[in-house]
Write a protein that binds this ligand. Sequence first.
Ligand SMILES: C[S@@+](CC[C@H](N)C(=O)[O-])C[C@H]1O[C@@H](n2cnc3c(N)ncnc32)[C@H](O)[C@@H]1O
Length: 260
Amino acid sequence: MASYKELPKTAQIRLVSSHEEVYEPCDDSFALVDALLADRTKLLEHRPMLCMEIGCGSGYVITSLALILGQEGSGVNYIATDINPHAVRVTHETLEAHGVSAELIVTDIASGLEKRLAGLVDVMIVNPPYVPTPEDEVGAEGITASWAGGENGRSVIDRILPIADRLLSEKGWLYMVTLTANNPSEICLEMKKKGYASKIVVQRSTEEENLHIIKFWRDFDNEVDEINNQSTFMGSLLSQIPPFSFWRGNNGNDSDKNKC
Ligand SMILES: C[S@@+](CC[C@H](N)C(=O)[O-])C[C@H]1O[C@@H](n2cnc3c(N)ncnc32)[C@H](O)[C@@H]1O
């Protein structure tokens, strides 16, 4: 049995900074870190050079990733963005309290960074605002931006997906939190059209929500042209099957179970 000392380190809640306008680590944040822990060995073997979080909030997740993968001497660089300036300040304090660091930027998703980071991000982590809300709440100031996801909770998610595609490196992995109401199988299909395979790394039901942490990676076994040719067929096929019952491709992943 692994001793306490051997357990991988993640951010400690008592060292996570806070502010009334910043999202506190919650079930979704913990589920995302659990997904990273579940993939820890693969992440270490993956040898990422650049890891990025979009929407860092308190900094709990990016700090945990930096502790899981290491920083000094490991050659891994970290960058995190948030639209909420209070979140970026709180993330800075959380990172510092754990002795790790990241480049922090106040911006809308990755605005202003796309040229610089195109094709360079090896690991991207996102716990987006995913709660279905009226559209006019999306992007509101302060804490509302943490959860307001617009129609089906997809407004921000649907803007992040093409940006993730542009920023991820050829071997890049994306870990994203979704809710059943976001229609995760449709998100997987959108990413499949861009050439990505996907699988659910962690699935968790709480009293309030049913969370899925989905991992995406480029599926070189499945050519995009082939997908385009098949998309009409796939669309009619997918409408006939329940969510989460499809997917192929195993690049860098060991099992077909949980394919999304
Ligand atoms: C659900 S919270 C997650 C916070 C943190 N990553 C965690 O897991 O605890 C979503 C975060 O995304 C940020 N956010 C919302 N819309 C954004 C956007 N367009 N660009 C960047 N960050 C955004 C919010 O300010 C909030 O900090």
